[in-house]
Design a protein around this ligand. Structure first.
Ligand SMILES: *Cc1c(COP(=O)(O)O)cnc(C)c1O
Length: 235
């Protein structure tokens, strides 16, 4: 049935391990996020039973539904674009929100987190390749945004995230992963209060090995684990 998920997961894990070995990076540096969007809970549970605890979702309703149905030791990562009016449903359910790209959105997350008596971890999404079709702030605007968001008490910036272009050859994206790493070092050097740069969320099915070589701490892998997505089902 969905035994292929077990095999796929083993392959992804072994590719990650060999990349870490080759690049001399310690194993605890990188966490695999299994991107389970559009996939049923039973598919998640196959990965869960193999030890996966980090899952990525891009829709609020789907994330909260799976949150209710799944074991409570799962960390659900919100990796999609987030609308302000849906923020309240995610607080205390999303482990970390990856795609924050405006002060306005951060302010809503702050306000809702205060209401629910918590601090929400976020990543700033950077549009490294300046693709018009993508969300995210441009590299040159990140430091100002980080400084402004750092003033908010109920959100905590934990790092940066990027979605690299779709490319045939993962090497084409190396420059963007390098750039995101450099940006995180620059921000870290500014020692801004309430800001950590410990997380770099970059790399997907097509390019996660290159992303790891360039310093990714989270890789977000969907298709290579769960197979192709069918967007006509359940949307
Ligand atoms: C869907 C998605 C992924 C996973 O993509 P695959 O190519 O299926 O591995 C990763 N990151 C984000 C933000 C996504 O929306």
């Amino acid at each position: 049935m969905n035994d292929y998920i077990k095999d796929n997961l083993a392959e992804v894990r072994s590719a990650i391990d060999s990349t870490l070995n080759k690049a001399n990076i310690s194993k605890d540096q990188v966490t695999l996020i299994a991107v389970s969007k559009t996939k049923p809970v039973e598919d998640l549970m196959v990965a869960y039973n193999e030890g996966v605890r980090d899952f990525g979702e891009n829709k609020v309703q789907e994330l909260t539904m799976k949150y209710e149905e799944c074991p409570k030791d799962i960390r659900f990562h919100m990796i999609g674009h987030l609308q302000k009016n849906k923020v309240k449903y995610l607080i205390n359910k999303a482990y970390i929100i990856h795609g924050v790209d405006s002060l306005e959105l951060a302010k809503v997350i702050d306000k809702e987190s205060l209401k629910q008596n918590t601090v929400t971890n976020i990543l700033i999404e950077v549009n490294m390749a300046k693709e018009e079709s993508k969300f995210g702030v441009y590299e040159e605007d990140v430091i100002d945004l980080v400084k402004n968001i750092s003033e908010l008490k109920n959100v905590k910036i934990k790092g940066l995230m990027t979605i690299a272009p779709y490319v045939e050859n993962a090497e084409y994206n190396r420059v963007y992963f390098k750039g995101l790493k450099k940006l995180s070092i620059d921000i870290n050097n500014q020692n801004i209060d309430n800001v950590d740069m410990e997380i770099l969320s970059m790399g997907m099915s097509g390019d996660y090995q290159v992303a790891i070589e360039e310093g990714a701490t989270y890789v977000r892998v969907g298709t290579s684990i769960f197979g192709a997505r069918n967007y006509n089902v359940g949307e």
